[in-house]
Design a protein around this ligand. Structure first.
Ligand SMILES: Cc1cc2nc3c(=O)[nH]c(=O)nc-3n(C[C@H](O)[C@H](O)[C@H](O)COP(=O)(O)O)c2cc1C
Length: 446
């Protein structure tokens, strides 16, 4: 019953916000209409009308390759360009803190972790939130980018990934702000350290929770110092060989503490209106942009809603936030949600944050990445073909399966995926077995 109600609500919303899609080409408009309830997916459409779906796939690939490709293949494997960087497919390993560094230095764990995921076939890998200063870390285990040891350790990882795979790598830079000085993720999320806590700062003196420290409201001198740390980290990222940089302005950390009215209680030019609350985050982003090559892509991760109704950021404001960062040179809006206050009431479900990406992409006419409970190849293809995002990011599925993209290629019988030559025999066997399973399932259905 709940599923039926959800489908009906999605469908109604599609009709109510139809103007968001009227600039689509006819084929994509039809696809968007057919998949509007989220109950009918890419593979459902293939079962209903294979020929028509293949026309959509060819159209998608033609657009993705400036008319060069006549391929009929799943959208998730089509390339995507951001400035001078081309990613070979639309699958991204979402940023995930590993809480395993010492003094911010990535080690052998990170080398294997990122190396494995680079070999796994995703087009783009994000690092975990890498912090611009020791005090900017969430926990003592967070990776950093504030000294030469960090540059050298990251360079080793990137050199491996570039030599052994075609994956591109994006450095996610952040500062923990009011959520800093806490335990490793698995020891207690957002719980202060038993000893050795360091002072934290934020937009205002609003603690993350009753057990967290009261942060120091940032002075202009603090803002200058933090902005300069981000600039230095971007330069180090360039030296280490990263392909792309992302600013983490989501999830209640330092920059998000300025954006959300739930944390920002300032009465100066950095508080009050959305324009004021965005002033410092935009200043940081613009400074990073100036330090990063003009042909290199940059993105920003935002929380598109605080899950607090109109007391917090709502999805309409998220479009304005995306547009503001785009004006400062952001090429991609990485659309996450929530984690910006402890009272949040998220509405979970498959692809639950994708509607926010859809809104920012099609209302703001911006490139977006969707994330959040996207775990099947069919989800990815449906989101991309319907124009709800340009890239899809998967976090938890990649924790447990670094080869998620190769497995998806086997499942969809797509042969042109970048499989390491060392693993080709395994791919061939997996593809054969999955094809046989699919044929058996089809026989049983009849
Ligand atoms: C272990 C773990 C660590 C995470 N660390 C980060 C992080 O460092 N930066 C970030 O922006 N998001 C982080 N996230 C959020 C993910 O990138 C992603 O947005 C979220 O898990 C939803 O995607 P999923 O449903 O595919 O897991 C983390 C998630 C997990 C599970």
């Amino acid at each position: 019953m709940l599923k039926l109600q959800n489908s009906a609500r999605n469908s109604t919303e599609w009709f109510e916000t139809l103007t968001r899609y009227t600039h689509f080409e006819a084929l994509q408009f039809a696809y968007s209409l057919l998949t509007r309830s989220q109950r009918i997916s890419h593979e459902n459409l293939r079962l209903r009308d294979r020929e028509w779906l293949e026309t959509v796939e060819r159209w998608f690939w033609k657009r993705a390759t400036d008319g060069k490709s006549n391929t009929t293949a799943p959208p998730m494997f089509a390339p995507f360009r951001l400035r001078d960087m081309e990613v070979m497919n639309r699958v991204t390993v979402s940023p995930m803190a590993m809480y395993s560094a010492v003094d911010g230095v990535p080690n052998d764990f990170h080398f294997v972790h990122y190396g494995e995921r680079a070999l796994g076939g995703a087009g783009l890998l994000f690092t975990e939130m890498t912090c611009v200063s020791p005090e900017g870390r969430i926990s003592p285990g967070c990776t950093g980018m504030w000294n030469a040891d960090h540059v050298a350790a990251w360079k080793r990882i990137i050199d491996f990934a570039h030599a052994q795979s075609k994956a591109k790598i994006c450095l996610q830079l952040g500062h923990s702000g009011p959520k800093g000085s806490t335990k490793l993720g698995w020891e207690g999320n957002d719980v202060p350290l038993d000893e050795g806590n360091w002072p934290v700062m934020a937009a205002s003196d609003v603690p993350w929770s009753p057990v967290n420290q009261v942060p120091k409201p940032m002075t202009r001198a603090d803002m200058d110092a933090v902005r300069d740390q981000f600039i230095a980290a971007v330069r180090m990222g360039l030296e280490a060989g990263f392909d792309m940089v992302e600013l983490h302005a989501a999830h209640g950390y330092l920059l998000a503490s300025f954006i959300t009215p739930l944390q920002n209680k300032r009465t100066d030019e950095y508080g009050g209106s959305l324009e004021n609350r965005l002033r410092f985050p935009l200043e940081v982003f613009a400074a990073m942009r100036a330090a990063w090559p003009s042909d290199g892509p940059m993105s920003v991760r935002i929380s598109a809603t605080d899950w607090a109704g109109d007391d917090g950021i709502n999805p309409d404001e998220a479009v304005l936030i995306g547009e503001a960062f785009a004006r400062e040179g952001a090429d991609l809006i990485d659309v996450s949600a929530g984690q910006s206050w402890t009272g949040q009431q998220p509405v979970y479900g498959r692809m639950f944050q994708t509607p926010f990406s859809d809104r920012i992409r099609n209302q703001g006419k911006l490139a977006t990445m969707a994330v959040g409970n996207i775990y099947e190849p069919d989800h990815a293809n449906s989101i991309l073909a319907a124009g709800r995002a340009d890239l899809v990011a998967l976090a938890r599925p990649h924790l447990i399966d670094p080869m998620w993209t190769l497995r998806a290629a086997a499942q969809l019988d797509y042969r042109d995926v970048a499989c390491p030559p060392q693993y080709l025999n395994g791919m061939a066997q997996l593809a054969r077995n999955m094809k046989r399973d699919a044929e058996m399932a089809a026989v049983l259905r009849v």
